[in-house]
Write a protein that binds this ligand. Structure first.
Ligand SMILES: [Zn+2]
Length: 199
């Protein structure tokens, strides 16, 4: 336990769900495009809740608890699936989860910064918006003066680190996937990577 467990969400029409050991059909299927970075996917879920339970704990309980998932696998390398959310009864809870994921992504989208480039050597300088004032510095690399004038910056960017950027990408992708599945009235299924459940 505690090790990073790969899991996979898919959604297909309810009447096409098959039982394990068959494989879920691929011709009519929604699936979020998540980065191959399981830590980012887990972190995306970290503080989001589904029906008053941490979404991550619900996934764990469905896949690693006493109840064995009995539905078809989403594909090679993955075990049997369990129902994560079933419309219409889970529709409001899943839409709330989608809202929560999107607001987490907005909230953690990082500090904004203004960016300049040294005219001589091209070295970039980013200063958090809150700390910006017009000042001239010497370029660390070439010594050329660089004027950090807000009117002449190259624009704004986010100071977010790449990992958190991936986490927020997962949140937005999952939120869009959940919304689309519920709009179609399809159940959302989840499966874990084979060999990772420790059974
Ligand atoms: Zn320079």
């Amino acid at each position: 336990m505690g090790a990073s467990v790969g899991f996979r969400f898919v959604s297909i029409p309810g009447h096409r769900v098959v039982t394990h050991p068959q494989t879920l059909p691929t011709d009519e299927r929604l699936e979020p495009e998540l980065p191959p970075l399981q830590e980012a996917v887990e972190r995306a879920f970290a503080s989001a809740e589904f029906r008053d339970v941490k979404a991550k704990d619900r996934v764990r309980a469905l896949l690693q608890g006493d109840a064995t998932p009995g539905l078809g696998s989403p594909g090679a390398g993955f075990g049997a699936s369990a129902v994560f959310a079933q419309p219409p009864q889970d529709l409001p809870a899943l839409l709330r989860l989608a809202d929560e994921l999107e607001s987490l992504a907005r909230h953690e989208s990082g500090e904004r910064a203004l960016v300049w480039k040294c005219a001589e050597c091209g070295t970039r300088y980013a200063v958090p918006v809150a700390l910006v004032r017009t000042v001239s510095i010497r370029c660390e690399r070439c010594g050329n003066p660089v004027e950090l004038n807000p009117q002449r910056s190259l624009g704004e960017e986010s100071l977010i680190d790449p990992f958190l950027g991936a986490v927020n990408g997962c949140r937005r992708e999952l939120a869009a996937f959940f919304r689309e599945a519920m709009a179609r009235g399809w159940p959302v299924l989840v499966a874990s990577e084979e060999g990772s459940s420790g059974s």
